[in-house]
Design a protein around this ligand. Structure first.
Ligand SMILES: Nc1ncnc2c1ncn2[C@@H]1O[C@H](COP(=O)(O)OP(=O)(O)OP(=O)(O)O)[C@@H](O)[C@H]1O
Ligand SMILES: [Mg+2]
Length: 226
């Protein structure tokens, strides 16, 4: 799926003393099947940009389009449906439910589909195996290490088989081997046609063969945009 951002701007608390101009003049096209990396210092707007692409927040002005559809004009319930079917989001801070098991966290996005629990579990187990965390499937998310939480979050993002994957600093809590495993999973997904956008400080990510293009963001503005 092709993603376009047209002159996107984002303010938090605009007009107030604590107002932040998080993004300005963002023009970006990400083609179907492309893998893009966005690098930038802390506070430069990476998570904000990814959240707009993932329909978690809306731009203050400008438009985000997916396959030509302007997201900001969709009513909330369509946006929710669109997000569920289209986007897999791997959050910087995992956003797992601590009192649920790994398995229960991973199958959460399947609940609205009304599938049989055994089918949900089967799908989850395939991903948990792939991400080397199957041995923790009955553990509470609260009891996991940082790397295990991250891999659980990755499995949850992939369970709906979304065409677009957004990952916010996905290797920040992984060691080198697990980071390479993660990138290998992403490469396989890219080969199957998915569009991937990753934010990262990690040279292992930006220099990986997965990445077709790397952009820098600084003070809410993209450099080298094409
Ligand atoms: N919900 C919010 N309310 C107010 N300001 C926010 C909010 N979210 C982010 N900001 C501010 O917007 C700017 C961009 O933040 P963002 O989280 O997008 O940066 P980032 O590049 O992801 O940083 P990091 O590398 O630390 O994750 C920062 O100045 C941040 O303080
Ligand atoms: Mg961030």
């Amino acid at each position: 799926m092709k993603i376009v951002l047209d002159d996107v701007e984002k303010w938090y608390n605009r007009g107030e003393s604590k107002g932040v101009h998080a993004l300005s003049g963002i023009n970006l096209t990400v083609n179907t099947g492309e893998a893009l990396c966005i690098e930038g210092p802390s506070g430069s707007g990476k998570s904000t940009l990814l959240s707009i692409l993932g329909c978690l927040i809306t731009p203050t002005s400008g438009v985000a389009l997916i396959d030509g559809k302007p997201l900001s004009r969709l009513p909330d319930r369509f946006l929710t449906l669109h997000r569920r079917q289209t986007i897999g989001f791997i959050f910087q801070r995992f956003n797992l439910i601590p009192e649920l098991s790994v398995l229960a966290n991973v199958v959460l996005p399947l609940l609205p589909l009304g599938l049989a629990p055994s089918e949900c579990e089967k799908r989850a187990e395939v991903l948990l195996e792939k991400l080397s965390i199957a041995h923790r499937k009955q553990f509470l998310a609260a009891k996991l290490s940082g790397g295990e939480m991250q891999r659980t979050a990755i499995a949850r993002a992939l369970i709906n088989d979304p065409p677009i994957l957004l990952a916010d600093e996905p290797t920040a809590h992984l060691d080198t081997k697990l980071s390479l495993d993660f990138m290998a999973v992403m490469l396989e997904l890219k080969t199957s046609g998915k569009t991937i956008i990753i934010t990262s400080h990690d040279p292992l990510v930006s220099g990986h063969q997965l990445v077709d293009r790397c952009l820098r963001i600084r003070d809410g503005m993209l450099e080298n945009t094409t």
